[in-house]
Design a protein around this ligand. Structure first.
Ligand code: GLY
Ligand code: MN
Ligand code: MN
Length: 493
């Protein structure tokens, strides 16, 4: 049945609609202002290239290729994710590109001087109508401040004498590249580079063609975060914590894992995060025992605990935060015992952290607490069995990759790492049934400082009483009540 509507109201709404439409069209100048204003600046990328040059060997060149595009389905591609190295050293986020960074300044036959060359996607109005704006050569000059930018198609006939370099440093070539039959796609750039630089069939025992130094040199820089990167990471972490907090308040036993995932990711996007740094892990009960569970298909999460490992990606930087909470609002005796053990392990690991500390000390501290605790609870008979229920490492760097590049044997000021102990007791484990299907991971993101650390993810509670208190609160999301689907009423659904 339709509601009766007053004709006057219809005219007013029509006018409102027209005026909304007219005034809602932003002029090009206005629309620019509506973009985020906190992207990394070209000076950041330039600074990273300079820092790389400082640690590159004499007479060397580093070659960075874009990541390949990937097929999602038939003629549909996955949303493109730039190679973090390409982004870090240039700011360029498009596929089918190649960056050369030289230790020493180069000059070409026309007398142009340059320290890097970026081969980019050529501008193409038709392609841009389908897949979005391209920076092109001019945009790369202006927006990224890279003077020597050329179209990818120009690489084929570009004269560059690779034989003069003592070291040619690159990562393993991007594999499984779909060849688009375009004469300047990533496939061609890789083939032409191999030809021009005379890359041998096998790289084993090669020192001039150096794939080992690539990750070491880039990792050395990427592991230490600059103030600009820290701003973005702090934001990604805070947003992820707000997702955890809002979900803790909104969670109900009749919700599905997918719905919980949606609520986290809605909060992320509400705060401007473009996506997630990895597939969100929402595992209720037994599903929490699968370390990287991403199906999230359980339709009713029920009253057991739920493990939520979710990280917002903000302007390329990814957080990685896990909270494990009792859906019914109260930890049971067994859940409480396991949770407290993981919490204590995390606290012991925290105490070891500071500039110059060994990550192995943090790992050992956490492992010892869990190993002893499991024996005390009667879940294991000896400390050596700990790996059965704590089968992963304590943490990793975060940054442009959620498992970010860089060594971490010795921690240094301005590294950002996770500390994420966990205990997982799958059904059928060799212990009393009362422990089965309990899975707890607590994962926090920390900035290493001179004398200790800063807990970046302090926004989301970790203590048992604080979690129980938060779950009892109301959420703004409680009011989002959607009607059941019509199709859901049909037999068979
Ligand atoms: N979210 C994956 C991890 O914690 O490493
Ligand atoms: Mn992690
Ligand atoms: Mn995680």
């Amino acid at each position: 049945m339709y509601k009766k509507t007053n004709p006057k109201k219809i005219i007013t709404s029509f006018l409102l609609l027209i005026s909304f439409h007219l005034f809602a069209q932003p002029s090009p100048a206005e629309s620019k202002e509506e973009l985020p204003t906190d992207y990394l600046k070209k000076e950041f990328h330039e600074g990273r290239r300079e820092a790389l040059r400082q640690i590159m060997p004499d007479s060397s060149v580093i070659v960075v290729f874009a990541f390949p595009t990937r097929t999602f389905s038939n003629d549909v591609e996955y949303v493109y994710h730039a190679n973090p190295d390409m982004y870090y050293f240039s700011g360029y986020k498009e596929p089918h590109s190649m960056l050369l960074i030289f230790k020493e300044e180069q000059s070409d036959a026309d007398g142009n001087k340059f320290k890097e060359i970026l081969f980019v996607q050529k501008k193409n109005a038709q392609a841009e109508q389908w897949t979005g704006k391209r920076l092109g050569v001019e945009g790369t000059n202006e927006k990224l401040g890279i003077k020597m930018a050329l179209n990818g198609a120009d690489f084929k006939n570009y004269t560059i004498d690779f034989s003069k370099f003592t070291k040619i440093i690159f990562d393993k070539f991007p594999d499984d590249i779909p060849n688009n039959y375009d004469n300047a796609d990533l496939y061609d750039l890789v083939q032409q580079f191999k030809q021009k630089a005379e890359i041998p069939e096998t790289l084993a025992k090669q020192t001039r063609f150096d794939t080992r130094s690539y990750r070491q040199l880039t990792g050395e820089l990427r592991a230490i975060k600059t103030p600009e990167e820290l701003d973005l990471l702090r934001k990604a972490v805070e947003i992820s914590c707000q997702g955890q907090n809002e979900v803790m308040k909104a969670i109900r036993p009749d919700m599905s894992e997918l719905e919980i995932q949606g609520l986290h990711e809605y909060v992320h996007k509400r705060y401007g995060a473009e996506g997630v740094g990895y597939g969100s892990i929402i595992g209720s009960g037994e599903n929490g025992c699968i370390l990287h569970y991403m199906e999230n298909t359980k339709t009713k999460i029920g009253t057991s605990m739920i493990l939520m490992d979710v990280g917002a990606e903000y302007h390329g930087y990814s957080a990685d935060v896990t909270r494990t909470v009792p859906v019914d609002g109260k930890f049971s005796t067994e859940e409480r015992a396991i949770y407290q053990l993981v919490y204590d392990a995390q606290e012991e690991a925290f105490k070891t952290l500071k500039d110059g500390s060994k990550f192995s000390d943090a790992s050992k501290a956490a492992m010892d607490v869990i190993a002893e605790g499991l024996v005390k609870l009667g879940i294991t008979k000896s400390k050596s069995e700990v790996h059965k229920y704590y089968p992963h490492g304590l943490g990793h760097h975060i940054g442009l990759d959620v498992h970010d590049r860089g060594a971490m044997s010795t921690l240094k000021k301005d590294m950002v790492i996770t500390i994420e102990p966990g205990i997982y007791i799958p059904e059928g484990s060799n212990c009393d049934k009362k422990w089965w299907s309990i899975a707890v991971r607590i994962e926090d993101d920390l900035l290493i400082t001179q004398n200790g650390y800063e807990l970046l993810s302090h926004f989301a509670p970790r203590k048992i009483e604080e979690i129980e208190k938060l779950i009892s609160q109301k959420s703004v999301l409680d009011n989002y009540k959607l009607p059941p689907l019509e199709s859901g009423k049909k037999k068979g659904f």
